[in-house]
Design a protein around this ligand. Structure first.
Ligand SMILES: [Zn+2]
Length: 131
C-alpha cells in the first residue's frame, strides 16, 4: 500500500543535500473512495464551508461524493460540460471564495484549474480534491 507519510520521511536528509518538500498532505487511491471524501477531508483538517466545483459528467462519475459530504456546508458551482478554463470564470470562482474555507473540485484539468487558480490569486492555502 502506498504510504505518503513514509515517502516524505524517506526524503528527509536526502543524501543529495537538497531539501525536498511536498505540498500534498494526503493521497487516497482505491475503489469506493468517493464514498469516503468527507471522512478524508475531516482527518486532514478541512473546515466546514466548501466550494464544490464539478460538471454534470464528472459528478455522475463520482456518484456518492455529495452524500459523503453531508456534514459540510457546500456552495455549489456546477457546469453543464466544462471543456476549457477561462479567466472570466476564474474571477467568478474567486468572487465566491470570500466566505469559504476550501474548494472541492471533482474532475480533471479545466475544473481543477478553476478551483485552484483563484485560491492562488487570493493566496489562500490550496485545498483541492482531485477525482
Ligand atoms: Zn535528494
Amino acid at each position: 500500500m502506498f504510504d505518503l507519510q513514509k515517502l516524505k520521511k524517506d526524503f528527509e536528509n536526502c543524501p543529495c543535500g537538497r531539501e525536498h518538500t511536498l505540498a500534498i498532505d494526503d493521497i487516497v487511491i482505491g475503489s469506493g473512495t468517493v464514498h469516503k471524501v468527507g471522512e478524508i477531508l475531516k482527518r486532514n483538517g478541512f473546515k466546514k464551508n466548501l466550494l464544490f466545483v464539478a460538471d454534470e459528467n464528472t459528478l455522475k462519475a463520482a456518484d456518492g461524493v455529495l452524500e459523503s459530504l453531508k456534514e459540510f456546508n457546500l456552495t455549489m458551482k456546477m457546469y453543464k460540460n466544462l471543456r476549457e478554463a477561462t479567466m472570466s470564470e476564474v474571477q467568478v470562482i474567486k468572487g465566491l471564495l470570500s466566505d469559504l474555507d476550501a474548494v472541492i473540485s471533482v474532475g480533471t484539468g479545466s475544473l481543477n484549474d478553476r478551483g485552484t487558480f483563484p485560491l492562488y490569486l487570493l493566496l489562500k492555502p490550496r485545498h483541492s480534491l482531485y477525482r
